[in-house]
Design a protein around this ligand. Sequence first.
Ligand SMILES: NC(=O)c1ccc[n+]([C@@H]2O[C@H](COP(=O)([O-])OP(=O)(O)OC[C@H]3O[C@@H](n4cnc5c(N)ncnc54)[C@H](O)[C@@H]3O)[C@@H](O)[C@H]2O)c1
Length: 310
Amino acid sequence: MRILVTGGAGFIGSHLVEALLPHHTVEVLDNLSTGRRENLPSTVPLHRIDLRDAQALRQHFAEHTYEVVYHLAAQVDVRTSVEKPTDDAQVNILGTLHLLEAVRPSHAWVIFTSTGGAIYGEAPNLPIGETYAPLPESPYGIAKLAGELYLRHFHQAHGVPYTVLRLANVYGPRQNPHGEAGVVAIFTHRLLSGQPAYIYGDGEQTRDFVYVGDVVRALVEVLKFPQRTQGQVFNVGTGRQTSVNELWAHLARLIGTSQTPHHLPPKAGELRHNALSYQRLHEATGWKPQVSLEEGLAATVAAFRQRLES
Ligand SMILES: NC(=O)c1ccc[n+]([C@@H]2O[C@H](COP(=O)([O-])OP(=O)(O)OC[C@H]3O[C@@H](n4cnc5c(N)ncnc54)[C@H](O)[C@@H]3O)[C@@H](O)[C@H]2O)c1
């Protein structure tokens, strides 16, 4: 198939491109704001376009045909979205709308990466299923929910096929350790390079950490079962909670550091507990997470170590 990956030069996108390449014709659309050309094989065409540029997107889709568009490009920093909600909305709401307008005449299947960490709010029962009503607290989560609803609208009004994947906390090689996204990347980078690392609050808050290789398999599996996955919303997580303190202990052991964490005041509005049920995706495609936290963290530490040494 002819496939476009928006955000394909980023963390998850570049792993997805690698997985698709042996079987499909793959191109990338990215403005390289956080993504990097070096994340991609040199043979993959990279179209340097900003989602905020509706005209450039329309022109691109008038000149190129795709059967599938994986839409990963986004402003991914929750804190930035709180500080600059308009900037966030310009990329994550208007940018997504520009993309849908450009895709619309071709009726390409849009597979969208939403969030399972920032869309549900605090849930009474974990792991959370997709039927739990979304109540996002950050502009980032609000924008992702808006993206989901626009996809549903474009399907109903214009026949554009779509699938939504709500990702838990994804970690793995190539994740950006700077900025706010990705506590695994931040801890790994800081512990390996001997810098102090911080835990906000008591560290007993829990998250559902899912390895990037498992997430990429989910994105690829969805493609194989259009009849079961189009028009659907799926969580992608492990169903397991891991506290930030446990995560620290795993990483400290793997890295061999005796550094103890510095605790800072908790972040206002931060979720206490999160884990996502993947039952629906399992029933539709047979997908299950395969990489344990220990294996995934070991692979991540090895990749970060290699990068620091090169
Ligand atoms: N990493 C996670 O834990 C996680 C969790 C839930 C959802 N997601 C979603 O997965 C997707 C990929 O996230 P990631 O972690 O790989 O982040 P990333 O920052 O590595 O990737 C985002 C990519 O989008 C590109 N981009 C940003 N703004 C753009 C714009 N205006 N126009 C064109 N390209 C633009 C960036 O250059 C980058 O390559 C995002 O949609 C994110 O919201 C990620």
